[in-house]
Design a protein around this ligand. Structure first.
Ligand SMILES: Nc1ncnc2c1ncn2[C@@H]1O[C@H](COP(=O)(O)OP(=O)(O)O)[C@@H](O)[C@H]1O
Ligand SMILES: [Mg+2]
Length: 312
């Protein structure tokens, strides 16, 4: 973790006032993301934390343009990617921004060999001259994520959860991207395997200088991997700051409750750890009005799942 990393360079990713609404029916709109702004510098890790349903996946998908943002701006690597993109911008985006999922194999053809899964992006973007070169590129990337060239001919079900996640990382990494969006990519793994995968991701970052948007529902691994953190709640970014700032001066009670939920590795201290309950009623947020007045003077409006019935 390094402070002020690349502080002189322009941000790699800048998200300004992002809104993502889903019109579920003519009268029913889910306001999944409301007015979210943050940036990620080149080579940096930004941790995005929030409970299930807070809009993390939606933000990731909007940024990689699986969705058309309802409003707001997204700038990536010098390009405005919020609206219609020309072919070159789209191609650049598909190469330079990659995604790792919770279980990379869950959505893939189980009859596809790992080599073909990893080389998919290379195939689409014509990144090799010969089959030999393709095989070499796959072998090299497998090696980089701690697997071996022989793994290329196996099928997804022949791997453990941790190994599968390494394949998912290899698949993203083979394109040599500038940003990887990792959406709860370790949540399904055992704690010890989680640490291994996070360490691998950090090592790869040191080597390649890529940036991560690291999405998680708790702060335990986020604290360890992130340079800066954003806390998301009900579609709003409640606070954002360096990891140091968030942990030493959490401003919002919701952030404090997330910090208090992290288990302490020291069993003596863990015994006395008090998990703070986040009280929606006394938090200063007026959920009934759907209007939130928060510390720092920021004004938030949002439709929560619970609010939706009242809103429509
Ligand atoms: N395609 C969609 N259509 C309608 N509602 C959606 C869609 N995707 C997500 N949502 C809703 O948006 C909110 C945020 O979801 P999501 O981004 O998946 O949260 P998270 O990843 O933090 O768990 C949830 O209330 C979810 O039900
Ligand atoms: Mg999600």
């Amino acid at each position: 973790m390094s402070q002020n990393k690349n502080s002189e360079t322009a941000p790699l990713l800048e998200v300004k006032g992002l809104r993502q609404h889903f019109a579920v029916s003519r009268k029913f709109t889910v306001k999944a993301v409301e007015d979210v702004s943050f940036y990620i510098n080149p080579g940096e890790t930004y941790g995005l934390v929030g409970e299930s349903g807070s809009g993390k996946t939606t933000i990731g998908r909007s940024i990689i343009r699986l969705y058309d943002p309802t409003s707001g701006e997204i700038h990536f690597d010098g390009n405005d990617i919020s609206g219609r993109m020309d072919k070159k911008t789209k191609d650049d985006l598909r190469v330079n921004m990659q995604m790792i999922f919770q279980d990379p194999m869950a959505c893939l053809n189980p009859r596809q060999k790992v080599a073909d899964i990893i080389a998919q992006g290379l195939d689409i973007h014509h990144r090799y001259q010969s089959q030999k070169e393709r095989t070499e590129m796959v072998a090299e990337i497998l090696h980089k994520v701690g697997l071996s060239a022989e793994h290329a001919n196996r099928y997804p079900h022949q791997f453990s959860g941790g190994q599968r996640q390494r394949v998912g990382i290899a698949r993203a990494l083979v394109m040599n991207p500038k940003l990887i969006i990792a959406d709860e990519c370790i949540s399904a793994l055992d704690m010890s395997i989680q640490a291994q995968v996070v360490n691998l991701m950090k090592d790869i970052q040191d080597e390649t200088g890529l940036a991560y948007l690291f999405i998680a529902h708790d702060l335990s691994m986020v604290k360890y991997i992130s340079d800066r953190i954003g806390v998301l709640h009900l579609g709003h970014l409640l606070e954002t700051g360096t990891t140091e700032e968030i942990f030493s001066h959490p401003v919002h009670p919701y952030t404090r409750s997330l910090i208090s939920a992290i288990p302490n590795p020291n069993p003596v201290l863990e015994k006395s750890r008090v998990a703070l309950q986040y009280d929606y009623k006394t938090s200063g947020l007026d959920y009934d009005a759907g209007t939130l007045h928060l510390i720092g003077g920021t004004h938030y409006v949002r439709g929560t799942d619970a609010d939706l019935e009242r809103w429509v």
